[in-house]
Design a protein around this ligand. Structure first.
Ligand code: PNS
Length: 162
């Protein structure tokens, strides 16, 4: 059984993330989408909220499991028996840091590969940061976040969650 981990902050999950999840789920037998800590970011949604938002968005994907972990990505990958870490790449600007992380992870656990999936053209501009910026000003988020979570995300902005 080929297992992959798709890690990220997912603050909140976007249609771009969902595109990567669907494509990873078509390649691997099982995909763990794991909400993790990015020490350079101050999240708007709690880790539990982010897990719930992804679960709602992936309700129709039987081989996708949503989880959270506060430690190292490679330790999580080993724990769930994953042979690969999947990352989405949007632009050259993503590459430098993603490449560093992939090399660091490879150094710690050489048996776990990192695979980069090119983001679909439609989602190249899309990020959780863009969603938060637009949401803060009350913009329509229909094109950016999965329909199942639009109301939850709107509520968060209305409650002044930023
Ligand atoms: O969506 P993001 O913020 O780009 O995801 C980054 C994330 C959370 C995957 C990364 O920060 C991470 O792997 N955090 C867990 C801690 C870890 O393993 N760090 C080592 C990377 S060098």
């Amino acid at each position: 059984m080929k297992i992959a981990v798709y890690p990220g902050s997912f603050d909140p999950v976007t249609k771009g993330h969902l595109n990567i999840i669907k494509r990873a789920a078509a390649i691997f037998d099982k995909v763990y989408v794991c909400v993790m800590v990015n020490s350079t970011k101050q999240p708007m949604f709690s880790r539990e909220e982010r897990v719930e938002l992804i679960k709602k968005s992936c309700h129709d994907m039987p081989n996708v499991e949503v989880d959270t972990y506060g430690g190292l990505l490679v330790d999580y990958a080993e724990k769930v028996g994953a042979c690969a870490i999947v990352k989405g790449l949007r632009a050259v600007s993503d590459f430098d840091w993603e490449f560093q992380m992939a090399l660091a992870n490879k150094k710690i656990k050489p048996e776990i590969e990192t695979l980069f999936l090119a983001s679909s053209e439609k989602h190249t501009y899309l990020s959780s940061t863009v969603v938060k910026e637009l949401g803060k000003y009350g913009a329509d988020l229909d094109d950016f976040v999965p329909p199942e979570i639009i109301d939850d995300v709107k509520k968060k902005f209305e409650s002044g969650g930023v």
